[in-house]
Design a protein around this ligand. Structure first.
Ligand SMILES: [Zn+2]
Ligand SMILES: [Zn+2]
Length: 363
């Protein structure tokens, strides 16, 4: 089938709207008509070369849609189901999967087509890549069934889509990775889509104090609405000292949700003894972090975080229950809608800090 997709061809060049071919679903695959897809910083990082991707590639990794066909072996979804998709594909058989850490699966290839076979996406017979095996900036997606989860039909697609990346990453960082304890103090560096999700996760977990740190005042005001109890614009401030004072001795958890080495260092330094810094943002390859090892005598910890340590099949429906109960605000996160052909405008608005999330919608 022929569909329209926004294709990444070259670093620092606008995505181009092109016709591509989608193969028929294999036994374990699902064909999904895209209804919505969030625009994430990682997509823009690909365009700018900070995140590597083969070319040509269809970007977009926060999609929601309707199942239109399934392969013979697919049992988790059926034609007509509403679904969201996440990039945390897993094999179900490796040591990480068997221990319940499917987000750290070491055999992603188990859910991909063989390199010498017919590609899922192509153009004139040659392969087009689906970024992180999703490719949501397109009218339809051909996905492995383990990438998708069925959702209830009362949840709007543009809200549900956010659970595919930003919410799963941020809320999961608080609930799954850090396991924030009720009554604790939490600092979140960065109040974009992921940072706001961390703030919401910390609020759901029952944190007593949630401090948002961002250079843009409008983002800080926005952060209050999602649960930040205090905000800091670090411009001209000693941010570590300020946080130490506000928390009366240091935070229990500090999340870095931007991807800047200096912020991870600050996150580590502003902790109370036994506090945990969690790196949620993606620090570009080649950059390094400098830490004063003396702080480790206070038993401070640093944790990595991969996609909110998600078990997508379990987590996604839970997060959508939080949404339905009014405990997770997705409505406020969707600040703009655009059509596929206006993807460049969505990137511009994100760079300018005008939006928490732009969601592309499809007819
Ligand atoms: Zn993302
Ligand atoms: Zn695995």
């Amino acid at each position: 089938m022929k569909i329209k997709a926004a294709v990444f061809r070259q670093i620092n060049q606008d995505l181009s709207l092109e016709d591509i071919d989608l193969a028929d679903p294999g036994p374990e695959e699902v064909l999904v008509k895209t209804m919505a897809c969030g625009v994430c910083h990682s997509d823009l990082h690909v365009v700018h070369g900070g995140v590597a991707s083969p070319t040509p590639a269809v970007l977009g990794h926060e999609p929601a849609g309707i199942v239109v066909a399934v392969g013979a072996a697919v049992r988790n979804v059926a034609v007509g189901d509403h679904v969201i998709a996440c990039t945390s594909l897993f094999c179900g058989a490796c040591a990480q999967c068997v221990q319940g850490r499917t987000h750290l699966c070491v055999d992603r290839g188990a859910s991909q087509r063989p390199a010498d076979g017919t590609p899922r996406l192509s153009q004139g017979g040659s392969m087009v890549h689906a970024f992180v095996d999703l490719g949501g900036f397109a009218e339809a997606m051909l996905l492995h069934h383990r990438a998708v989860v069925k959702i209830d039909k009362d949840i709007p697609f543009d809200r549900a889509a956010l659970v595919g990346c930003a919410v799963t990453t941020g809320v999961g960082a608080a609930l799954n990775t850090a396991q924030v304890v009720p009554g604790s103090s939490v600092v979140v560096f960065g109040a974009g889509g992921v940072g706001i999700s961390v703030i919401q996760g910390a609020r759901i977990a029952g944190a007593r104090q949630i401090i948002a740190v961002d250079l843009m005042n409008q983002k800080l005001e926005n952060a209050r609405r999602f649960g930040a109890t205090d905000v800091i614009n670090p411009e001209g401030l000693d941010v570590v000292k300020t946080i130490k004072k506000m928390t009366k001795g240091g935070a229990d958890y500090a999340f870095e949700a931007v991807g800047v080495p200096k912020l991870l260092e600050q996150a580590f330094y502003c902790l109370a003894p036994r506090g945990t810094a969690i790196l949620v943002g993606a620090i570009p390859a080649g950059q390094t972090v400098n830490l004063n090892p003396g702080h480790f005598f206070q038993e401070k910890r640093i944790m990595g975080c991969m996609m909110g340590s998600n078990r997508f099949t379990l987590d996604a429906p839970r997060y959508l229950d939080f949404y339905r109960q009014g405990r997770l605000d997705l409505d406020g996160m969707v600040t703009r809608h655009e059509k596929l052909e206006n993807i460049s405008e969505a990137f511009r608005a994100m760079t300018a800090g005008e939006v928490t999330r732009t969601v592309l919608t499809f007819d």
